[in-house]
Design a protein around this ligand. Structure first.
Ligand code: SAM
Length: 261
């Protein structure tokens, strides 16, 4: 396939077969499993995943690449191509019976955060996810309270999944070379979320608190709560958003629901 990489689709193709192999080992697909690959590109990962699963659904937005993939894997009945935008794709619709999907992809970095949120909304049909992302985004997904990387993405990821950084991948492994270091993350959706709260409200409270990250909560969430209400929830109004854990945010979200009734 000779394809000129398109920047607008975040195209950096994996060329390092040792990295492809390492990712395959990390995913360890089972012959009975149903994989979904987001952004298969020229098929670097598809090629090694396909012989090791029962079915592989690939979602690719670039029509030229989609056409090439269709031709390349036409003979394999396990392969199904969806020429579509992953940001609007209904992944749940791919499930057969009660099975859970294993989602993988070397993702386009320009849409990685909205794509994470789109997938978080569908995790009940997903067994696990393995993604190549910008290293910095992986650090944000796996960050703990108090660290500089901790923010909205860490909290919402923590509500839906357990995130684990597996290994870093250098720019030389791709063509063209990205400007940043990449990393592989494993996301395991929780069987039940660790806190009982409406994720929409949780997202609203977290977004408000982090909209003024450097300010104390007294100021950053003042549109939602008075200082005495923050104290009554057992939270220090002098603390900053980045020091609170998921349980603290869940308490605030619950309180907001009660207040809005
Ligand atoms: N998986 C390939 C590899 O490892 O060489 C390609 C990875 S490249 C970083 C990202 C891929 O995602 C490209 O093939 C690009 O066309 C595709 N892509 C970009 N935006 C997309 C979207 N919204 N939905 C589906 N695929 C998308």
């Amino acid at each position: 396939m000779s394809h000129i990489p398109r920047k607008r689709f975040g195209q950096n193709f994996l060329r390092d077969t040792a990295v492809v192999h390492r990712i395959l080992m990390a995913i360890a697909p089972g012959l009975e499993e149903h994989l979904v690959e987001i952004g298969p590109g020229e098929g670097a990962m598809t090629q090694s995943l396909l012989p090791n699963c029962r079915r592989l659904d690939a979602v690719e937005i670039d029509r030229d690449l989609a056409e090439g993939l269709r031709r390349k894997f036409a003979a394999d009945p396990r392969f199904r191509l969806h020429s579509a935008d992953a940001l609007r794709f209904d992944f749940r619709g791919l499930r057969e019976g009660n099975e859970k999907l294993r989602v993988v992809g070397n993702l386009p970095y320009n849409i990685s955060t909205p794509l994470m949120f789109h997938l978080f909304g569908q995790v009940e049909g997903i067994h696990d996810m393995h993604f190549m992302l910008q290293n910095e985004v992986v650090d944000r997904l796996a960050a703990e309270p108090g660290s500089a990387d901790y923010g909205r993405l860490s909290i919402m990821a923590g509500y839906h999944c357990r995130a684990e950084k597996l290994f870093e991948v250098p720019p030389e492994s791709f063509h063209p070379r990205p400007k940043v270091v990449s990393a592989i993350v494993r996301l395991m959706p929780h069987a039940t979320p660790p806190v009982e709260v409406d994720p929409q409200v949780l997202g609203k409270v977290v977004a408000t608190a982090f909209s003024q990250r450097r300010k104390t909560l007294r100021n950053s969430v003042k549109t939602l709560f008075e200082e005495r209400e923050i104290e009554a929830m057992g939270i220090d109004p002098n603390a900053r958003a980045e020091t609170l854990g998921l349980e603290d945010y869940a308490r605030m979200a619950q309180r907001w629901v009660e207040k809005s009734r």
